[in-house]
Design a protein around this ligand. Sequence first.
Ligand SMILES: NC(=O)c1ccc[n+]([C@@H]2O[C@H](COP(=O)([O-])OP(=O)(O)OC[C@H]3O[C@@H](n4cnc5c(N)ncnc54)[C@H](OP(=O)(O)O)[C@@H]3O)[C@@H](O)[C@H]2O)c1
Length: 285
Amino acid sequence: MILITGALGFIGRNLVEQLKKEKKDFCCLVRETSDKKFFKEEGISHKAVNLGDMRQVKDAISSLNATVIIHLAAAINPTRRQAEQDLKAAKNLVEICKQKKGKLIFASSYLTDTYYKSLYGEYKRKAEDFIKASGINHTILRISTVYGAHDRRNVSIIISMVKGYKFVPIVDLSIQPVHVNDVVKIILMSLNKGKGVYNVAGDEIMSLEQVVDIIANQCNRKIIKIRIPRFILYGYAWALALIGKKQLLEQLNNLSKLRGMDTIMTKKEFKIKFIGFKKGIQSVC
Ligand SMILES: NC(=O)c1ccc[n+]([C@@H]2O[C@H](COP(=O)([O-])OP(=O)(O)OC[C@H]3O[C@@H](n4cnc5c(N)ncnc54)[C@H](OP(=O)(O)O)[C@@H]3O)[C@@H](O)[C@H]2O)c1
């Protein structure tokens, strides 16, 4: 049986849909506070558990014959407290994998590269290091910016802007988008792989302006682009940072100096051809 954390999130929903299609045996571990309507409607097996509490995790899993854990749950723009909780959760799942001789598939991020600076990346890196040192069978996927069905952040915000407004702000930032179907494909292929760390990113590094142009073209929208000087955004981000909310500033810093992820190893191992952005965005518009 496959256990999944973070199944109600963007990537999780897509993964669950695919697992259902493939009639795989799986169970989702969710928070007590999570909205479980989706699981009930879809008849999906799930258990409520606090991943930071080892006893609860053990109790929840003891009766299940789990061989793999796909660990997606995490706060995306975490406070330090959330980042520490996420690290604790990852450590608990590693412990369970050790005891059950199971495998862990861990959703990590391109921000683990020390070239970037963020609390999120720092804690994902700590989790990666812990997993690697544990000796368990693992696949770590360092994922770039994901887009596709069920996205409520990332590219979907740009799509909403292009669809809903005549004037669209353009900032000098870049992304290396990857379609969620490719991410799900790689997660599923990881079920049968040995230890490894892989970069998961599309082939194109694109400026925000290119992304907006492609979306406007695909959605048949005539928009007027308004270039926002960096100093205005940075001013706002600095103001937030001064009251302890550093996430926007970190995001701006990282996306303004984005360097491409090398996916040669990933393509070789998974024999995958990443969906191009123009094609991938068609289904979302
Ligand atoms: N999306 C991307 O572009 C991207 C890029 C790189 C890496 N990743 C990684 O991929 C994974 C999934 O990302 P996503 O975009 O699907 O995230 P998401 O949409 O924000 O979903 C996160 C999921 O994790 C759950 N969660 C968060 N904190 C939790 C906690 N302390 N205990 C239990 N569950 C918790 C949430 O549960 P509730 O439903 O209860 O809120 C939600 O279901 C994350 O680990 C993320 O870091 C994502």
